[in-house]
Write a protein of this length. Structure first.
Length: 352
């Protein structure tokens, strides 16, 4: 049974750093059960899914995942990069999970944790092809490698089934989809982003294939009314993400005058989708894919019956940049600091 090629891509393009100080436990050891504080909801969800909820002693304020792993779970205290370092030290973590923005914004926190012998792992997924390695690294940090592989195999077979179905759909039959990332500024997602990858897996065609990021590594791009209105008849489906960066209600989206000439608004094919199933690098992307496929009219065979496809999905890149939220001002640079760059050491779990 072949995997979708997303699992076999070579060099990692996501940023991952692991800091060590003192004598720390071996990250890939199956017996390792570190006390973990997670400052990013994607890290938290992956740990929950691989059975490491008892490792979590602190989580972010943006946790949205609900599944069998959260039943009966008393959510740990909330931590933020803005908290005093004393709060972190008092919790006695072995490992703190961050994103690169957190490292840039909390240099002093990172330095203090490192001095106290606490590991700090920071990861930012840049491509869909890096999802599996990212999940493997997180699973390895808590000694849950086997559970991580099972999670990957399940996800892999399911997206491969959608890719096979989308590949059978003729190009002329793929509905044109416009993804609205930020309502007020008419911003969309770049062609190499996770959201666009999902649209294509769902059998849709990205209308904004010419969108360019304002800076390298960003997945949100200015599109503007002129370019969008020039493609009015191509927009069969209009989808607006729902989240901190775009909380505009659907009724207000539908009522915006400038959009009324778009084909999707004339046929009432205008929808909202939560960002945590559209852009967060977790297995919850499957939920987003299923929703998108329902809107595009694509039906995928049950992978349990059909098995994964021979050919797999292309590997786009996704680099959501945030503070504590998935898309909190994705174009904001890291806060300035007079401190010299941190000397970060890389030491990730060994791969099988």
């Amino acid at each position: 049974m072949k995997r979708c090629p997303i699992a076999g891509l070579g060099v990692l393009a996501f940023l991952a750093v692991l800091f060590f100080a003192g004598s720390a436990r071996t990250a890939g050891n199956e017996a390792a059960r570190p006390r973990v504080i997670s400052l990013y909801a994607a890290h938290t969800e992956v740990l929950l899914r691989v059975g490491a909820r008892d490792n979590l002693i602190g989580v972010s304020g943006q946790e949205t995942y609900r599944g069998p792993e959260t039943e009966g779970w008393k959510k740990p205290p909330v931590f933020s990069i803005r908290d005093d370092v004393e709060k972190f030290l008092a919790a006695k973590p072995d490992l703190v999970l961050m994103r690169p923005y957190h490292v840039a914004a909390g240099r002093q926190l990172v330095t203090t944790l490192e001095s106290a012998g606490i590991k700090v792992y920071s990861a930012q997924v840049l491509r869909a092809g890096d999802l599996y390695q990212y999940w493997r690294n997180l699973a390895g940090l808590v000694g849950r490698q086997e559970a991580g592989e099972r999670m990957i195999l399940d996800f892999d077979s399911r997206i491969a089934a959608y890719h096979a179905a989308a590949s059978r759909r003729a190009e002329k039959d793929k509905p044109g989809v416009f993804l609205e990332a930020v309502h007020e500024q008419i911003k969309t997602f770049t062609p190499d982003s996770l959201p666009v990858w999902l649209v294509e897996l769902a059998g849709g065609r990205n209308v904004a294939a010419d969108a360019k990021p304002n800076a390298p590594g960003l997945i949100v791009a200015d599109y503007g009314p002129e370019r969008l209105l020039a493609k009015a008849n191509q927009v069969d489906i209009f989808i607006s993400q729902e989240g901190p960066m775009n909380s505009t209600p659907l009724s207000q989206v539908k009522g915006r005058g400038i959009y009324k000439s778009l084909k999707a608004f004339k046929t009432n094919r205008v929808y909202k989708i939560p960002e945590d199933i559209l852009a967060r690098p977790t297995p919850s992307l499957l939920e987003g894919l299923e929703q998108l496929a329902a809107w595009t009219g694509l039906t995928a065979e049950d992978p349990a019956l059909a098995g994964p496809a021979e050919e797999g999905a292309p590997a786009p890149s996704a680099a959501p940049v945030d503070d504590d939220e998935e898309f909190a001002d994705p174009e904001a640079p890291a806060p300035p600091s007079a401190a010299p760059p941190l000397d970060l050491k890389v030491d990730l779990p060994p791969q099988n």
